[in-house]
Design a protein around this ligand. Structure first.
Ligand code: ATP
Ligand code: MG
Length: 137
């Protein structure tokens, strides 16, 4: 059974949307098997998003992710990586399908409420970035 790393971003934690977003995951058959609220330092956000370091939005993205607490979580289910990305919707909420988290809650392409791993290798890396073996059952 597959696992993926999810982050509820500062625009959503600030607006008390954690419960509504978690309901979308659970309604889609994704099980929340680990979850914690943390406040990333700028250096930690830069490390996590290292793959985007040459993109024009890197500064904006990392400063936003370090601006306020986030909720990091591990979601589990059949095809969890793809299923989570389906539930999240398109990166830009203007292009997101009806019923998706980003359509319903995202404020902009930057402040888009959630992150989800995009492949098995990145899911494993991203889960290990935030959670120790002891925190995962
Ligand atoms: P994520 O990786 O957060 O799940 P994603 O895979 O849909 O989202 P990526 O292309 O990996 O999108 O971009 C990572 C994040 O960078 C986006 O979620 C968004 O917050 C931010 N981002 C992407 N494009 C832009 C942009 N043009 N302007 C501002 N921020 C952006
Ligand atoms: Mg991505």
């Amino acid at each position: 059974i597959e696992r993926t790393l999810s982050i509820i971003k500062p625009d959503a934690t600030r607006r008390n949307l954690t419960g509504k977003i978690n309901a979308k995951f659970e309604d889609a058959g994704l099980r929340i098997v680990a979850q914690k609220r943390i406040h990333l330092s700028l250096a930690q956000a830069q490390k996590f998003y290292g793959v985007h370091k040459d993109r024009p939005f890197f500064g904006e993205l990392t400063e936003f992710m370090a601006s306020e607490p986030v909720v990091v979580q591990v979601l589990e289910g059949e095809g969890a990586i793809a299923k989570n990305r389906e539930v999240m919707g398109a990166t830009n909420p203007a292009n997101a399908d009806e019923g998706t988290i980003r359509k319903e809650f995202a404020l902009s392409v930057g402040e888009n409420s959630v992150h989800g791993s995009d492949a098995p290798e990145t899911a494993a890396e991203e889960i290990a970035f935030f959670f120790s073996g002891l925190e995962l059952v």
